[in-house]
Write a protein that binds this ligand. Sequence first.
Ligand SMILES: Cc1cc2nc3c(=O)[nH]c(=O)nc-3n(C[C@H](O)[C@H](O)[C@H](O)COP(=O)(O)OP(=O)(O)OC[C@H]3O[C@@H](n4cnc5c(N)ncnc54)[C@H](O)[C@@H]3O)c2cc1C
Length: 386
Amino acid sequence: MDEAIVVGAGIGGLAAAAALGRAGWRVRVLESAPEAREVGAGLAVTVNGSRAAEVIGAAERIRQNGYELRSAGTRRWDGKWLLKAPDATGTELIGIHRRRLHEALAAVQDADVLTGARVTAVDPGTPGGERARVTWESADGEHSAQADLVVAADGLRSVTRSVLFGNALKYSGFSCWRSATPDKTLDNRFAMTWGPSAEFGALRISADEVYWYGYVTMPSGRPIEDEVRAVRAYFADWAPDVRALIEATDEVIRHDVWVLDRPLPRYTSGRVVLIGDAAHPMLPTLGQGANSALEDAVSTGLLIRAGNDLAAGLREYEKQRYRRTQKLVNRSEWMARTGSHLGPRGQWLRNAMLRLTPPQAALRNGTRIFNWSPPGSFGPEPVDGR
Ligand SMILES: Cc1cc2nc3c(=O)[nH]c(=O)nc-3n(C[C@H](O)[C@H](O)[C@H](O)COP(=O)(O)OP(=O)(O)OC[C@H]3O[C@@H](n4cnc5c(N)ncnc54)[C@H](O)[C@@H]3O)c2cc1C
């Protein structure tokens, strides 16, 4: 049986394991963390992410463990609407805790997941020739194994990427606070709120929790002794609902946001394919990091089937995924340039223009990029979802 090794058991890695298993591969997942579980707060699964999840039988679990939302539009820091979506029906997004998304993906794959296994080297091999070789360290020493296919889903600081392409990261200039906070007041609408060089967003992820993020300009690596106090101070003059939510929070996490110095020339090398943040980390301004990782992950299984011509499968993956994901990277940058990365002057101009824009057209344009469909299916899922 053809063997695939997936490096990393994050959102992309688990979804890839599920897809590759359905495509006939025997799958082993190597995860450096001692436990394959997700930390962090929430995120929004957009229509493309839901369609990807459908392919591996995880969409219903995500719906059940998340909260159905719709876009409300964009506001100014003081709460004044810049672009307000007309009251419409229908679900556009699913807000979900990252841990529950991770659990939903773990439930639909049955790969052999090895935790505490930190990959240190990958030799890519050649399709049709030498097999790939993956080396990892675990508590009992160094190991290595050969594989017919390696899917690198080892995230932003991907070892596989640096071994194969050596690309450097650059700091975005922004850091992001995130929290899942107990709340029963916010409704099912998701609005972005833009201030000078900052963005705040809040979305419901369950009947009694709201995920919020505060994305703000800040030097990298700034030490902050009391993060809760710092985020309260930062947003102290923002809209009352923003302040109230932060006030109700007693735990936040914060990550500096890094992206690639320049795009990779391609996502495949030998028998290795890079997916998710390993291939194309993007600014969080479009909310597509996890959604694009889900797209990539299911595309690996749909396009690179066990027993088929590997070189042709990898070529097809490259052809379908490179343009699509670079478009998402570029759109995230454009969103940043016209949204949260604008300083006070630029914002004033942007806000004036936004007030003249018909909201329905602007929102339609803004969400068209999510309208992606998977390149095929694995046929009907067995009744128990496996
Ligand atoms: C502030 C912020 C907000 C965000 N909000 C959203 C959002 O709303 N919507 C959205 O779609 N995305 C969002 N994202 C992005 C999203 O979280 C990531 O893009 C997504 O998690 C990428 O998935 P991945 O599987 O590629 O990488 P990860 O989820 O990072 O998983 C990588 C895995 O690989 C493991 N690993 C790393 N190195 C090794 C190694 N050497 N050996 C073995 N295992 C290894 C790690 O432990 C980890 O489990 C946000 C990101 C940030 C920073």
